[in-house]
Ligand binder design. Structure first.
Ligand code: BGC
Length: 348
């Protein structure tokens, strides 16, 4: 079902598609491919929207928390917005202090995408297209991006990312849903239980740029190999947490890059019993504990979002990989197709 969500300043219409399958209800905008709502039942069958969002287009245009958005061309930070590829230096749009974050000032989250609904067998979904022209935000090559959102008959939400380029470039696409499995606007996620299958993470400097080290999680608050609540060690005072105001790091997934998605993380909210399992073929997972939510944004339910009221689990290549030869490469060349998949499985 398609409805009018609002209009941009120039009169362009922003639409919202509502899909439902297997007990999952998804609302998606053609603005940024934004997941504006995602409703799933609790153990008693009671539905709640578990994804943070705005109820109007103006906030999506003016504000930049990246609620529910598709992120491109490069998820997370590139130091000073600079990198060198095949001997050429590139300067990207800088929008986070001296660094480039989530594709720069006008990333994929701040564009209109072409959206086509589909139904295939027992699946329903949307195909989203966006073409980023050569030089946009400083990135080389015209990048044609295609993202498919699928809702399966089991209620799984699958994201398939594809991209091609006509010049060598770097690419790292992800999705920036802020989860609160008790319901958006219901308060802190510190009681959510999290498991991440990663023995290492990438520590950062004060600008949240990876130092290049793949540090062991053992004996640190970053160890989520055994299920624990997000709140348990979040106030440990580890220098990495103090810098980031909580968790805002890339976990180096034990499985590495895989040809098919493998299960890497489980999130559970004990009162509702709602669970989210994430499977990916990507080598990294950014766990961001909503550190910069500060009570100034009002969400879809009319309540404000404060620090720690949601968390993001962004499947990805590592931040700043173009400047770290020891990180898995994010280079895409003409003739190649960038293809990655992330599967979200919900339960209660
Ligand atoms: C980043 C955070 C950033 C947030 C919202 C996350 O993916 O890791 O540092 O503040 O997105 O922009």
């Amino acid at each position: 079902m398609k409805s009018l969500f609002g209009k941009l300043a120039d009169g362009t219409k922003v639409h919202r598609w509502s899909l439902e399958n297997g007990g999952t209800r998804l609302k998606v905008l053609n603005w940024g491919g934004v997941v504006q709502g995602l409703e799933i039942p609790d153990r008693h069958g009671h539905y709640t929207n578990v994804a943070l969002g705005f109820d109007n287009i103006d906030d999506y245009v003016a504000k930049t928390p990246y609620f529910g958005a598709l992120i491109g061309r490069y998820g997370n930070r590139i130091a000073k917005g600079q990198f060198t590829l095949d001997g050429k230096s590139y300067q990207l749009s800088v929008n986070d202090g001296v660094n480039s974050l989530h594709g720069g000032k006008q990333g994929f989250d701040k564009h209109i995408w072409d959206v086509e609904p589909f139904a295939k067998g027992s699946d329903v979904g949307l195909v989203l297209h966006y073409t980023s022209i050569d030089g946009e935000m400083g990135y080389p090559g015209t990048l044609k991006a295609k993202v498919t959102y699928t809702l399966t008959r089991h209620g799984d939400w699958i994201i398939d990312y594809e991209a091609t380029t006509d010049k060598a470039t770097v690419v790292n696409l992800t999705s920036h849903v802020y989860w609160n499995l008790a319901g958006e606007g219901s308060g802190t996620v510190e009681d959510h239980e999290l498991t991440i299958a990663a023995g290492r993470y990438t520590p950062t400097d004060t600008g949240l740029i990876p130092t290049g080290e793949l540090a062991k999680v053992s004996g640190t608050p970053f160890d989520f190999r055994k299920t624990k609540t997000i709140g348990r060690d979040i106030r440990d005072g580890h220098v990495q947490q103090v810098q980031a105001k909580g968790y805002d790091h890339n976990w180096v997934l034990d499985k590495g890059i895989t040809s098919k998605p493998e299960h890497v993380a489980t999130l559970r909210e004990p009162r509702s019993g709602r669970t989210l399992k994430i499977a990916t073929d990507q080598p990294g997972l950014q766990f961001y504990s909503g550190n910069f939510l500060d009570g100034t944004l009002t969400g879809t339910g009319g309540r404000t979002y404060r620090q720690g009221d949601a968390l993001c689990l962004e499947t990805q290549h590592f931040p700043d990989a173009p400047n770290h030869p020891n990180f898995p490469s994010t280079v895409l060349r003409p003739g190649q197709t960038y293809r990655t998949r992330t599967v979200h499985t919900f339960g209660a």
